[in-house]
Design a protein around this ligand. Structure first.
Ligand code: F0G
Length: 393
């Protein structure tokens, strides 16, 4: 096992404390690569993330039963969108309600292995909720840096409940990210668990394995939201490894979606620009309110190498898609997670028969998002007649 820099192609020995490339002026995120013995993966047993233990960089230590989420065939929505087999891989079914748990169970094992006294992350909410839960279970201190006033209540409650030390940073996620990277560079006992950490992302690649095992091969396309862009990078890596192992025949097109006013990756992808940055990103999908994604190079590589695509959706389209998915298929997701559905509602995917949308977080994470929704909640006298009137309305 070794570390590889996606920007300058340099290789480094396995080192759990090395997150970004140490080459002068590079500082790009690294990826974990395996040499040949990796090909001898035997029979896989069990369920969830740790079913794939032979393909992960550590042994299981702290688990809450992450992974193994439902892959739901959505026939009604699929018919509407002209997709014969549309699936929702619902990551809201993870223990803390988001896909972050897949990575955190692996990341916390590394933190324990290096004897860290605390774990830390900057977060738009879900990473902090997940890290706080796994740190609590591991008996470690969790330090979370949140953009002040921009984290959904459900996520904040989780961090509070699990006893994290919470810093509300005056600034946005990108400011918090810069600060936590600086902290982990100066405090050797503090282990960084953002998606800059390549080991954490190894856990997140297991989503690709689960999808391939469930469908018998990779889908035609996989659509997901992009924020800091760790997830698209991890999942694309997973599809490639699975194919290299001879367990699938093909690779999917990766389709990344961002909110219109927080879309640095979409812009970089379209304009083939050399930097990736939006000042003052804004969206009500606060999970992906990110202007300087640390994993942007990996995300662009996934989009280009998979012959995929990237696009934006407006906040209004996001909210409509969120409610539509909940009403037509019974799947309630947070706003960021509705971006793939919003994208498919306005852009047809040519020739895509089997499509998987990844819904990254549960709807209860951000109950305020529905505050503007038209609701039918009539106050009635406790009488059958009044109830019948509502039923027949
Ligand atoms: N969807 C949800 C619900 C998220 O919370 C995030 C990221 C994403 C999508 C984007 O994933 O960053 O891997 O591209 N949330 C991070 C956090 C930034 O701090 O919880 P990504």
């Amino acid at each position: 096992m070794f570390l590889h820099c996606v920007a300058c192609d340099e290789r480094y020995k396995r080192d759990p404390m090395l997150y970004a490339c140490p080459a002068a002026g590079c500082e790009s995120p690294l990826e974990v690569l395996y040499d040949k013995e990796y090909a001898k993966v035997g029979k896989l047993t069990g369920e969830g993330v740790w079913r794939y233990q032979p393909l992960l960089p550590v042994k299981k230590s702290v688990t809450l039963g992450e992974g193994g989420t439902g892959l739901h065939l959505c026939e009604r929505l699929g018919r509407e969108l002209g997709i014969p087999r549309l699936f929702v891989k619902n990551e809201g079914e993870n223990p803390t309600g988001s896909f972050k748990d897949r990575g955190m169970t692996v990341g916390i094992a590394l933190a324990q292995a290096v004897g860290a006294r605390a774990v830390a992350c900057a977060s738009t909410g879900n990473t902090s909720a997940s890290m706080a839960a796994y740190a609590a279970r591991a008996g470690m201190t969790a330090l979370v840096l949140l953009p002040a006033g921009k984290v959904a209540m459900g996520k904040l409650s989780q961090a509070i409940a699990h006893g994290a030390r919470i810093a509300q940073v005056e600034g946005n996620f990108d400011d918090a990210m810069r600060l936590v990277v600086e902290l982990s560079a100066h405090e050797r006992g503090v282990y960084l668990l953002n998606s800059l950490n390549p080991y954490r992302l190894e856990g997140q690649k297991t989503l690709a394995f689960e999808v391939c095992e469930a469908l018998g091969d990779a889908p035609d396309a996989l659509v997901l939201p992009m924020g800091n862009a760790g997830n698209i990078s991890a999942i694309w890596k997973g599809f490639n490894e699975w194919k290299r192992l001879g367990r699938s025949r093909r690779l999917p097109r990766m389709i990344g979606v961002q909110a219109e006013k927080a879309a640095p990756i979409v812009r970089t992808f379209r304009e083939q620009a050399d930097a990736c940055r939006v000042e003052n990103p804004e969206t009500l999908a606060t999970a992906i309110r990110i202007g300087a994604p640390v994993n942007w190079r990996k995300a662009i590589a996934a989009l280009v190498d998979s012959k995929g695509d990237a696009g934006t959706v407006t906040d209004r389209e996001i909210l409509e898609a969120q409610r539509h998915l909940a009403k037509t298929e019974g799947i309630f997701v947070e706003p960021a997670s509705a971006t793939p559905i919003a994208f498919l509602r306005k852009r047809r995917l040519k020739g895509a028969h089997t499509v998987v949308c990844v819904t990254t977080g549960h709807g209860l994470k951000d109950p305020d998002a529905l505050s503007g929704a038209p609701v039918e909640m009539r106050r009635i006298k406790p009488s059958l007649a009044a109830l019948r009137k509502l039923l027949d309305a």
